[in-house]
Design a protein around this ligand. Structure first.
Ligand SMILES: Cc1ncc(COP(=O)(O)O)c(C=O)c1O
Length: 385
């Protein structure tokens, strides 16, 4: 991993770190190694796709650890593979985990549906203040899980305080860093143990890759790696190669999207058809000060509540350029109703408690020209009355 130490800037890391050198022909891009059978005699590494140890898998993990500023990383088959494998590597029967209440619906579903089967106890916090996390810690608590900015209301948890709380109770801390990306938020430097990603989102960035990643110390990654070999949720080398190719432009894409989002959040705030805008970059956002302290930007997702006179489905169907599609973080702008998609599986009362109302729209801002994005939103309002 020594090559990663030479590079400092995120743009350089995205472009250069973690490339497999083409020794044979000198190509400027990584060759793909799709082999499932590698020499093992006198070799330091057992290379096998399910072990996440083929050349493509190993080298891409270096790009991710360089960005997250951790000792090590591992690539897996989806964000949920990264989250489930990481959590289950450290939790067993009789253990307890404290979980932030408003997180991605799929993660909440994993915990509520599966953890009970494994006799792992959990408590969801009532809010996102440190005291609300501390209140839930019990004698058998082993871990804390946070997601910040959170999906879909972009709440910001104080990462450093969570890390300190975890350490003072001897817990292991987990963060889902998907919304921020390591370009603007490096939680390991703030004391968090395990950083997880849905690489399906900004890392992939073109709505055509499903992948996950975990970054942590070598000791922690070895533990996760050991379980992932048993669970088998690895990523194929073809997709790993495509992800590496995509990550070369991660910073260019993300910073353009973020710039658009900052401007659009202000425009949307002035729009009389919108009742409320959620974006951590707005000074009126309830956690703006924490965001400013721990992030180098505010991300590229905005959520907003349509005025009740608009039907959310009709509004989404009236968009002409912005696509009303699931997932987020592609180069193209997309919008969705969280209550009908990412958070559909939640109980209605949990959704309402979290503030995920039916007229809430999550807007993943793309790289298009801001005037065109704006025009599309305006024409959709005019056409769905
Ligand atoms: C914040 C967050 N974490 C994790 C996931 C799960 O990722 P994947 O769909 O790659 O399994 C998602 C999916 O939308 C997400 O939004």
């Amino acid at each position: 991993m020594s090559d990663t130490k030479k590079f400092k800037g995120v743009n350089t890391i995205c472009t250069h770190v973690g490339q497999v050198k083409d020794e044979q022909f000198g190509s400027s891009v990584s060759p793909i190694f799709p082999g499932t059978s590698y020499e093992y005699i006198d070799k330091e590494i057992d290379r096998y796709p399910r072990y996440s140890s083929t050349p493509n898998q190993e080298f891409l993990s270096k790009k991710i650890s360089a960005l997250e500023q951790t000792e090590h990383a591992i690539i897996l088959g989806s964000g949920m593979a990264a989250i489930s494998t990481s959590l289950l590597s450290f939790l067993g029967s009789g253990d307890h985990i404290v979980v932030q209440n408003d997180i991605y619906g799929g993660t909440r579903n994993l915990i509520e549906k599966q953890f009970t089967r494994y006799k792992i106890e959990y408590s969801f916090t009532k809010g996102i203040g440190i005291e609300e996390f501390e209140k839930e810690i019990k004698s058998n608590t082993k871990a804390i899980f946070i997601e910040t900015p959170s999906n879909p209301l972009l709440k910001i948890v104080d990462i450093k305080k969570i890390a300190e709380l975890s350490k003072s109770h001897g817990l292991i801390s987990f963060i889902d860093n998907t919304f921020a990306t390591p370009l603007i938020q490096r939680p390991h430097n703030l004391g968090i143990d395990v950083v997880m990603h849905s690489a399906t989102k900004y890392f992939g960035g073109h709505s055509d890759i499903c992948a996950g990643a975990v970054a942590a110390s070598t000791e922690h990654i070895n533990k996760i790696w050991s379980l992932s070999k048993n669970m088998g949720g690895s990523l194929s080398d073809y997709t790993t190669w495509l992800l590496e190719r995509s990550m070369k432009t991660l910073s260019v894409r993300f910073f353009t999207q973020q710039k658009n989002a900052m401007k659009l959040s202000q425009v949307l705030q002035e729009n009389k058809n919108i009742d409320r805008v959620y974006y951590p970059g707005l000074t009126g956002h309830e956690n703006h000060d924490i965001a400013k302290k721990q992030m180098d930007g505010f991300g590229a997702v905005i959520s907003f509540e349509l005025n009740k006179k608009f039907n959310p489905k009709l509004f989404l169907k009236s968009l002409k350029m912005i696509s009303p599609t699931m997932s987020f973080a592609g180069v193209e702008s997309t919008m969705l109703s969280p209550s009908k998609t990412s958070h559909y599986l939640l109980r209605k009362e949990d959704r309402i408690n979290q503030g995920i109302v039916d007229n809430l729209i999550r807007f993943s801002v793309g790289i298009e020209d801001i005037e065109d994005i704006n025009y599309d939103i305006e024409q959709a309002f005019n056409n769905c009355k």
